[in-house]
Design a protein around this ligand. Structure first.
Ligand SMILES: Cc1ncc(COP(=O)(O)O)c(C=O)c1O
Length: 472
């Protein structure tokens, strides 16, 4: 087997070859020579040289040395407006002094006690106070673990096997949620996932309430429905609040556990997440990212009766088998220190609203540039961030129409040439702005109007270069 492996360092991807003639890519490479060298080393260590798929950029991503507020710096000394902010985990930006101090103080007291500690109590109590459905809280290490545990709890609670998910909705990477997100929308398993697992997972269209309702009402074997409450992939295909309240009603009537995946929307749409903002309360919620204050950590929260399945005394008194749940790094003291400091600020300030307002102003600025440059792109999103619809079919529409749910997944996530989306990301980096690949990003409470203007100009210059290269 060893003989058949070609070292990735010796092959360049087809996309990298396509990009070799691009001025955008050439200028980016000239600006980031040290990152390029590190990326080459990384090819011999990590698959694709990266540690998370979203960090895949051709010909290479940037290597960051430090970050502060809404900015970060790379090994070549370049400064960037950082929109994603730790993949959406840093609502308060990088290095918030209160959060840093709390973590530093905790580091001196110990990182891991392998025992209960008061900070986890404060963390759990804050989550209970802030998140409407959180009668009980169970920490996990990541959002992926949180959705995994939530689904298992729902199956054990109902005794049913099937999970209903929605096309395009992202819940991490474990087996039950690995397909039907960016591909395999027919429900077939992605490589490595058992067909038996896929068979027990139903996919529904989140833009069609009647079809969803029919599935829910025609079966008696559904344990849980899991949904991103602002719409698929952080609201990229916006979901209407009415859909959520209808879903709440039908799942309640049918005895199906309703799970909100609030890994991104939690503590972002409002201090109480999407459920706090929209007034629709699920049975369970998966929390991640902001809940751990930018450190590693997440949680399943929800109604006591379901989380009691994890409770030694409760299960013993009912003569039922408890669900086991471990996790070496659950509620690490350092994570709890960051989390408590962060959630206290979110609870007592307008941090969520500031991020939402900045996101809205940024969308306005981007839409002005798209209009001036005569491209059909549209910026939108109501969740404390922005998405850019690249509009490959050049549909005549508006931000308001997109947000009102007029378009489905197939339209809003219609494939664009991989070279185009990669060049957009590289172009923005060339002009000092980092975003997520689609393009879009969550934003923070500390982004400024200068950041907004720089982002606007980065989009303008990137569009102009794309035109010059014949991409637009
Ligand atoms: C909505 C949603 N669910 C689940 C996850 C998975 O969380 P994690 O990356 O912490 O495993 C993410 C991560 O981006 C997410 O956005």
């Amino acid at each position: 087997m060893g003989n058949s492996i070609v070292s990735p360092a010796n092959v360049s991807s087809p996309m990298a070859a396509d990009l070799s003639e691009s001025t955008i890519v050439r200028e980016y490479c000239n600006k980031t020579p040290k990152s390029a060298r590190l990326a080459e080393q990384a090819q011999g260590i990590f698959p694709s040289g990266i540690t998370h798929d979203v960090r895949h950029i051709e010909p290479h991503g940037i290597y960051v040395t430090h970050a502060q507020g809404s900015h970060k710096w790379d090994v070549d000394g370049n400064e960037y407006v950082d929109h994603p902010g730790g993949h959406g985990s840093l609502l308060l930006g990088h290095g918030n002094p209160t959060v840093v101090q709390a973590v530093q103080e905790q580091l001196n007291k110990g990182t891991h006690y392998g025992a209960c500690h008061e900070l986890e109590l404060r963390w759990g109590a804050l989550i209970q106070e802030m998140v409407p459905c959180a009668e009980r809280v169970r920490p996990t290490n990541s959002g992926t673990e949180a959705t995994l545990l939530a689904l298992r709890l729902a199956r054990a609670y109902t005794g049913q096997k099937k999970i209903l998910r929605f096309v395009g909705h992202f819940h991490g990477w474990h087996d039950h949620v690995a397909f039907g997100v960016t591909s395999h929308h027919d429900g077939s398993p992605t490589p490595g996932v058992l067909p038996e697992v896929a068979e027990h997972t139903l996919l529904a269209p989140p833009w069609d309430w009647q079809q969803t309702k029919e599935i829910l009402e025609s079966r008696d074997d559904i344990a849980a429905v899991i949904i991103e409450p602002t719409g698929s992939t952080w609201g990229q295909v916006p979901l209407q609040p009415q859909f959520l309240s209808d879903l709440r009603d039908v799942t309640r009537q049918r005895g199906i556990v309703l799970i909100f995946d609030e890994v991104i929307s939690g503590f972002r749409c409002s201090p109480g997440g999407a459920q706090g903002a929209l007034g629709v309360v699920p049975d369970l919620a998966a929390l991640g990212k902001i809940v751990a204050g930018g450190m590693h950590g997440a949680a399943v929260v929800g109604c006591k009766e379901i989380l009691d399945l994890l409770d030694f005394r409760q299960m013993a008194s009912l003569g039922r088998e408890k669900i086991g749940h471990q996790g070496t790094y659950n509620a690490m003291p350092t994570t709890c220190a960051a989390a408590v400091a962060t959630l206290e600020i979110i609870q007592t300030t307008d941090a969520c609203q500031r991020a939402i307002d900045y996101g809205r102003r940024l969308q306005d600025s981007l839409n002005a540039v798209f209009h001036e440059e005569g491209v059909g792109w549209i910026a939108y999103g109501s969740f404390g961030g922005f998405h850019v619809f690249l509009n490959p079919e050049n549909i005549s529409t508006t931000r308001e129409e997109i947000e009102s749910g007029k378009f489905d997944y197939a339209c809003l996530r219609a494939p664009v040439r991989p070279t185009l989306s990669n060049k957009i990301r590289v172009g923005l980096l060339l002009y000092g702005v980092d975003v997520q690949p689609w393009p879009g990003a969550p934003v923070s409470a500390v982004h400024t109007d200068e950041d907004r203007e720089q982002t606007q100009e980065a989009f303008r210059k990137t569009i102009q270069m794309l035109k010059a290269e014949g991409e637009l």
